[in-house]
Design a protein around this ligand. Structure first.
Ligand code: TYM
Length: 316
């Protein structure tokens, strides 16, 4: 029996190399290993907390589907689908809402950050971990490949599974594990903080060469050491450290030359992905059909677990 793998990305804008190395690359590598039944989805209902414009939502969703296919996700090997196409996610989230307490959700990092900044929070954002627990638990997921920032969310899913099983004397939900790759758990951005759309410190995964050059030239360098830490941290995503050593030794203190080398390496890596994406983008009908087929399979996979949960709580 293959293990069940599930993960998702929010369609909130172009993915960056942090999303790719931290999570999306693992989707492709693990799909190829043939050890897992892979379920990879577009978390559009999670994105709805941020994207509140219909045309933009449609565009970003199709864009992310194209990104998935361009990095090598294969609908013949993985179930690729859109969260909102599988109503069981929101249905199960409601069931979970009835057993999850507010103080427990108030411990979430995302909630605490919003509180600290005195930001008004919608209920969807507050409830984010509950919907994510439903995403994960519906498929009997064993592993969830993600970046470090999602660790707490996978813990929430485990806790909610335990609480459900305990409350309803059920064995419906399996406890999932996160899979976080040590070296890329938190990919740094051009300013050394975690790479994140909200910090404006990203290198987009499908960027054109000029955009890559602009982002790399903007990497914050300090003048305290021989090696510009922020440049090096990004560079080692693209080349081995053994490979980088002579380059950085030969160019001690020459930040411009090192950044130029980094531009070359990022562009060489991104170019084939960009080209593949451009070809796929010519046939959006095909992408829509892939999502439709994926939704069919995901609905089949999710419905048995939802029935089990509904029986356990007594609405069926
Ligand atoms: P999202 O869309 O913010 O990010 C997608 C994936 O990229 C990872 N990531 C990073 N990894 C390393 N370094 C970084 N700088 C970096 N920035 C982002 C994230 O950890 C994530 O794995 N809540 C999820 C989407 C989601 C989901 C799920 C994931 C919804 N339901 C169920 C797994 C299972 C999110 O917002 O990811």
């Amino acid at each position: 029996m293959k293990k069940i793998l599930l993960s998702g990305v929010k369609p909130t804008g172009r993915p960056h190399i942090g999303n790719y190395f931290g999570a999306m690359k693992q989707f492709v590598d693990l799909q190829a290993s043939e050890k897992y039944d892979c379920h990879l989805f577009i978390a559009d209902y999670h994105a709805l907390n941020l994207i509140q414009d219909a045309a933009e939502m449609r565009r970003l969703t199709l864009d992310l589907a194209l990104d998935y296919l361009a990095i090598g996700l294969d609908p013949a090997q993985s179930v690729i689908f859109k969260q909102s196409d599988v109503p069981a996610h929101t249905e199960l989230a409601w069931i979970f809402d009835t057993i999850v307490t507010m103080p427990y959700l108030m411990r979430a990092h995302a909630y605490k950050d919003a509180e600290a900044k005195d930001k008004e929070l919608n209920v969807g954002t507050f409830n984010y971990p509950v919907l994510m627990a439903a995403d994960i638990l519906l498929y009997g997921t064993d592993i969830v490949p993600v970046g470090a920032d999602q660790k707490q969310h996978v813990e929430y899913a485990r806790d909610i599974a335990l609480k459900f099983n305990h409350t309803f004397k059920s064995e419906a939900f399996k406890l999932p594990e996160d899979m976080i790759m040590k070296d890329v758990a938190t990919v740094p951005g051009t300013d050394g903080r975690k790479m994140s759309k909200s910090y404006g410190n990203t290198i987009p995964l499908f960027a054109e060469r000029e955009e890559i050059a602009k982002a790399v030239m903007g990497i914050v360098t300090d003048s305290s050491g021989d090696v510009p830490t922020n440049v090096y941290a990004i560079h080692k995503l693209f080349r081995t450290e053994a490979d980088l050593k002579p380059l950085y030794e030969a160019n001690k203190g020459k930040y411009k030359a090192l950044k130029e080398a980094l531009i070359e390496d990022v562009d060489a890596f991104v170019k084939p992905l960009r080209e593949r994406r451009a070809i796929l983008a010519k046939d959006e009908g095909k992408v829509i059909e892939i999502l439709r087929q994926g939704a069919k399979k995901a609905n089949e996979a999710a419905s048995a677990k939802l029935v089990e949960a509904k029986k356990a709580v007594g609405v069926l």
